[in-house]
Ligand binder design. Structure first.
Ligand SMILES: O=C(O)c1ccccc1N[C@@H]1O[C@H](COP(=O)(O)O)[C@@H](O)[C@H]1O
Length: 218
């Protein structure tokens, strides 16, 4: 697929949810996916049981994504048993084989986040085609940070525009209500993913920003 054949609508993933009211707002505004950071370094970190409780109201309504970072089988088993997510997002150093193994072992769809800073990173991301159901392009975390996402750092969209792209992919990294329409126009991303860009403070979403973000691309 090239960047000119994209679906008419853009789906939005609202990520890093920590509060019931924000889940309700995201559902009401038409989010296409809801993301919860489960037991990984983050200001938006949730325990498995907290993520399970928070995600419950969206079950069967909007696909729920457990965002994990290099999760081992014990953690994944607990996430699958308690939260029953629709997707496991692998946001660490997981290899294509590990992503495929997670899908097969747990019977769950997978999202692989690939950190992009140059054209070579897009080549690495290509190795996940076929292993993951969805590839998510995110910015590289700031140097020295052990937190893999949610920094509000943008990707240079020119890197995305000149790369061969999988049929379905998601764009993340520093998206906001003000820049997301431009991001979609430039990259033709079928899915956009946002965490900090719709927040009042880390983990606390702003309902007006969620609404504006989704309205900007739909
Ligand atoms: O949001 C987090 O705190 C987080 C922590 C660990 C891994 C992933 C995380 N979030 C993902 O990062 C992208 C980009 O965030 P932002 O919009 O630039 O703030 C986000 O879409 C989440 O999928």
């Amino acid at each position: 697929m090239n960047a000119t054949s994209h679906p008419m609508t853009t789906l939005v993933k609202i990520c890093g949810l920590t509060r019931d009211e924000d889940v309700a707002t995201a559902i009401e505004c038409g989010a296409g996916f809801l993301g919860f950071i489960v037991d990984a370094p983050s200001k938006r970190r949730l325990s498995v049981s907290a993520a399970a409780a928070l995600a419950l109201s969206a079950k069967g309504i909007v696909p729920r994504v457990a965002v994990t970072v290099n999760a081992d089988d014990d953690l994944l088993s607990r996430i699958m048993a308690e939260m029953t997510p629709d997707y496991i997002q692998c946001h660490g150093d997981e290899a294509p084989e590990r992503v495929a193994e997670i899908a097969a072992r747990y019977g769950v769809k997978t999202i692989k986040a690939c950190a992009v800073a140059d054209d070579n990173d897009m080549k690495t991301a290509e190795t996940f085609v076929g292993a993951a159901d969805l590839i998510l392009f995110d910015a590289k975390p700031p140097k020295g940070s052990d937190v893999r996402g949610g920094h509000g750092v943008m990707i240079d969209w020119a890197i995305i525009k000149r790369a061969p792209l999988p049929k379905l992919y998601a764009l993340a990294g520093g998206l906001t209500p003000d820049n997301v329409a431009d991001a979609v126009n430039q990259t033709r991303a079928p899915i956009v993913d946002v965490s900090s860009g719709v927040e009042a403070s880390p983990g606390v979403k702003d309902a007006a920003k969620i609404r504006a973000f989704i309205q900007a691309v739909t």
